[in-house]
Design a protein around this ligand. Sequence first.
Ligand code: SF4
Length: 442
Amino acid sequence: MTQKIFIKTFGCQMNEYDSNRIFDTVKKIGFEKTLNYEDANCYLLNTCHIRDKAKEKVYHEIGRLKKIFRNKKKPLVIIAGCVAQAENEEMFKRESYIDLAIGPQSYHKINDMILNYFEDKRRNDETEFDAISKFKYLSKIKNETGKVSAFLTIQEGCDKFCHFCVVPFTRGPEYSRPFSQIIDEAKYLSENGTKEIVLLGQNVNAYQYKKYKLSNLILAIEKISGIERIRYTTSHPNDMTDDLINIYKYSKKLMPLIHLPVQSGSDKILNLMNRKHDISQYMKIFDKLKNINPLIQFSSDFIIGYPGEEEKDFQCTLDLIEKIKFINSFSFIFSPRPGTSAADLRLINRQISMNRLEKVQNQLFNNQFKINKSMENKILNVLVENLTEDKKQIFGRTEYMTSVILDGNEDDIGKILPVKIIKSNRSTLFGVTVDSANQKVA
Ligand code: SF4
């Protein structure tokens, strides 16, 4: 009988990359992917520990699963990702429906775990920080994503220990993948239709393998024919070194959008968060990059209502948003993560945090709205990624990652088209290809 796996992914792009690699792996022992829960004889949940109630979300999901399979044969249930890493054996104690737990650095062991389970039905967890073996393994399996825009993990883990963050505990210490493995994977992606590569790492700009840094990697990937766009995420301000900044002078394929989390506009709060950078440092990076190319735009992450945040600190965050005019950003109210230094700090009043979040988001959304409006009547290069969900139009992205919807067909997928923007809202642009715009004018 064919084994069918249903994979559900929570969280970041790295989890998405990992889920695809997990599928490339289990294919080797006969699994096919199903998009329908009920068909699955293996259910894998790739979890995220960053957001609130991550653990509870997992048990909630298992509860749903139990209902669906109440009168059917139970599927093999695997919990992967950061919650599995943090909870491991605890999960087995709390939920008998879970069969295997596997941490983010142990995916290369998944086939053995599954085959052993089929043989002896013994529950098992693998949660060692073994990035070296994982990356060695990744170099042997093909990245079959086949997408126009594909993720490529180059680095994992973090040594920075921001006080609010679980990543150093769930992903382990910083480890950079060997340079040649990354280039091989990039070449393979390009041969299979990928036009844009998004380099991933929890601290992607801390990448350092022997003499190679992220800047070297970008220049090497740029030489691969077929690759038209390069992006990287997520960066830390301390690792925005001059060699990386200067790449923006030379690179033809590095996109002019930098996701550089700042978290707060207040030095006091940055210090309490143990971010190890201050606002003047952040502004220097901004100025240097704008001097190189004034069209470079920034996006960021903000934590609102961090313990100790006073009104004047919050005002500094608003001021920074006004200065930088972020093109796009994520903002959340602080919520404590068990096991982190900030877990037991005294929370500020919830209503105050909610009011501040609303103000921040209004300001961010207003910027976004204005920036998108200013794109109307301009011609932008759009990399077409796919058909829209209803299959009636096509969907692509500008150099700044903004979504664009336009008329077109399957043949346009993978092309970079000049598109005249005719309409916009906060999150999306609507346009026509320059050819059809000219026809309409005529
Ligand atoms: S640098 Fe990023 S990943 Fe590392 S601890 Fe801070 S927030 Fe977490």
